[in-house]
Design a protein around this ligand. Structure first.
Ligand code: NDP
Length: 295
């Protein structure tokens, strides 16, 4: 298979590394040095422009911060669309928004190019291990073509519905991640101030009905240890909550809780900046409460 991967960021890079073991891969990245280094390490072809990456590829995979960057990538004489051949398949693994993806799909369909939104969950470690969950939006035929490609980095690959349905699923998943981080931080700041040892409280929570990925994985690894690795930028999670709020608006569902969480993440993004990790939102709650949740 001839494939191209565009966007070698925190999660794009390990996903591309797995695809490079299954396909003859061309890579493009905005910062060229990252593509060159990747190509050296994984035997891929570095491309100077999105167009050059797409030329000759049966499948192209994109993984950029938002759908806006994906749409822009298509434009211009050196853009992605200029390099895509009729009959090619574009899989967007960005956690993007449904409306932009629907626009991209109808634009590409005019040239006989298939498109599916394929956001992923499982973090950078899941990408390295090839155990991501992939949520696909597209028609049945496109899903069938996409599956063997997505198997390079995904374990559970699910067809969620038409284009946009993958993004909608991903946004709601990440809205829950955001809510869990906030409520964990608030509740546990209070528990520690009330004299309950943090580690014991986490163990009890994880044997009880309030447990979540936050309490089972992120808290023991990061909050209790005071280690804050940068794997998933808080700015990206703030964007995901905004996409989920857009979905609520579109479908006429009131979202008082999610609106508040969106506001808190906007503030956290403004305070901590573009490069802070998502779990660092707990540090802000700790600072505000004057306590640390360690154990
Ligand atoms: P990063 O911020 O680490 O990387 C972003 C990538 O996009 C980089 O390759 C960057 O290039 C490129 N980029 C940024 N702006 C532009 C632009 N204007 N034009 C072209 N390329 C651009 O993000 P992640 O890899 O963490 O995330 C990518 C997507 O995957 C996001 O939608 C995110 O929400 C989602 N995701 C991330 C997860 C994670 O654990 N990190 C988990 C699940 C989903 P450059 O090198 O030049 O900066």
């Amino acid at each position: 298979m001839k494939a191209a991967f565009l966007g070698l960021g925190a999660i794009g890079q390990p996903m591309a590394a797995r695809l490079a073991t299954k396909a003859q891969l061309a890579v493009w990245n905005r910062t060229r040095s990252r593509a060159d280094a990747f190509a050296r390490d994984h035997g891929a072809r570095p491309a100077a422009t999105p167009r050059q990456a797409a030329e000759g590829a049966e499948v192209v995979v994109t993984c950029l911060p938002t759908s806006a960057e994906v749409e822009q990538l298509l434009d211009g004489p050196e853009g992605l669309e200029a390099g895509l051949a009729t009959g090619a398949l574009m899989l967007d693994c960005t956690s993007g928004d449904p409306a932009t993806s629907r626009r991209i799909q109808s634009r590409l369909a005019k040239r006989g190019i298939a498109f599916a939104d394929c956001p992923v969950s499982g973090g950078t470690s899941g990408a390295e291990a090839g155990t991501l969950t992939v949520m696909v939006g597209g028609d049945e035929a496109t899903f069938a073509r996409a599956r063997p490609v997505l198997e390079a980095f995904g374990r559970r690959i699910e067809h969620m519905g038409p284009v946009g349905a993958g993004h909608a699923m991903k946004a709601v998943n990440n809205a829950l991640l955001a809510v869990n981080l906030e409520v964990f931080g608030e509740g546990f700041a209070a528990l520690v101030k009330a004299g309950v040892p943090a580690r014991k409280a986490v163990e009890v929570l994880n044997a009880s009905s309030g447990r979540s990925f936050v309490s089972e994985a992120l808290v023991p690894d990061r909050v209790l240890t005071g280690r804050w690795p940068q794997t998933f930028r808080l700015a990206l999670l703030e964007k995901d909550v905004r996409i989920a709020l857009g979905l609520l608006d579109e479908t006429g569902v009131r979202g008082p809780v999610l609106h508040l969480v969106g506001e808190l993440f906007r503030e956290a993004r403004a305070t901590l900046g573009e490069n802070a990790d998502h779990v660092e939102v707990v540090r802000l709650i700790e600072q505000d409460a004057g306590v640390e949740i360690r154990g």
